[in-house]
Design a protein around this ligand. Sequence first.
Ligand code: ADP
Ligand code: MG
Length: 369
Amino acid sequence: MSVEATSVGQELLRKILDALPSPVFVKDQDHRFVLMNRAGVDLVGVPLSKLVGKTDYDFFPKEEADVFWKVDETVLTEGTTVAQEESLTAEGQAHWLLTTKSRCRLGDGNNLLVGVIQDITHRKLYEESLEQRWEEALAASQTKSLFLAKMSHELRTPLNAIIGYGEILRDDCHVIDPPQLQQDAERVVRSATQLLDLINDILDLARIESGRTVPRPTDIDLACLLQDLDDIMVPLAAKRSNRYRAQLECVDSIVSDERMVRQILINLLANANKYTENGEIELRVHKIDDGVSLSVRDTGHGIPAHMLESVFEPFVQATSRTRPSHGVGLGLAITQGLVSLLGGRLGVSSTVGVGSTFTLLLPDPEPVD
Ligand SMILES: Nc1ncnc2c1ncn2[C@@H]1O[C@H](COP(=O)(O)OP(=O)(O)O)[C@@H](O)[C@H]1O
Ligand SMILES: [Mg+2]
């Protein structure tokens, strides 16, 4: 081949290599770069003149260069073609590469290593995000299954009572004396009411979680709201020998969804009354820097420290049930859901045997331009 033909051939080869979107490189027997196309130079971020004659150790972190060197050595000595995924850090940026390396034997007995790279960083990141989303979906599905299992268990208890007493009434009504008859009928009604409460709670929670409950903010007159709560709480508290009082400090109104705020406070106050006997329950509403704080304090049983977070999960109860109508542990989950919808925060502090304080922080509404 003439000198001219060779140089034309080289020029053509260089043009073809530089036009390729995939990085291509050639190394000699001592692992030194002999050639790299434009895509390769762009990837490594070092000009060709500074690459030629250097090895991977001159550009990449040692642990990466160790891996490249080992594979190169196998390809150069054994002649096997190797395709493998590897990570490469160039100019401080991490890449995932699929690199195919093969050996090219020269006439003089020396070997060259030819590498062709495919940058698969985007694919890898996509795979990782898919994997993460899959894990999240799996965890959500497991949570739902657990929820369904607990819900079915809770539905079964009152249903069994209704069927049991219903059967007694059906089979023995002619032999049961009227007071007993009335007591059994009362049990059926109580269990059915409990069942309805449970179903209403589950529907409430589902509506909140599915985004079907939408807050409708209005100006809430706090004195008026507290008066309504007084009317509900004073007789309820008296039934358990509790003393109830409410305090409103330095604030007249807030902008929020009144129905939701009312439901949150009723849930917290009902809990305070349920888990307190012969004690005090206080609702305190006061202004804070960027909103309003509404706290419900009681001097009741308290919640053990290790349960303070989990009591907000559905069907989790820190106290053993003493009466069948004692609720099933959905109140705080619903409350937490409503608080999130309102953009607020709900916190709790409690000491066993001393009492608990649930604090709701409602932010001031964002100013409209
Ligand atoms: N004020 C409180 N004092 C003591 N324990 C409480 C209080 N509020 C909630 N808890 C605990 O948190 C649990 C979950 O509350 P909640 O979701 O309202 O369910 P429920 O009242 O139906 O049991 C309760 O079972 C109780 O153990
Ligand atoms: Mg409750």
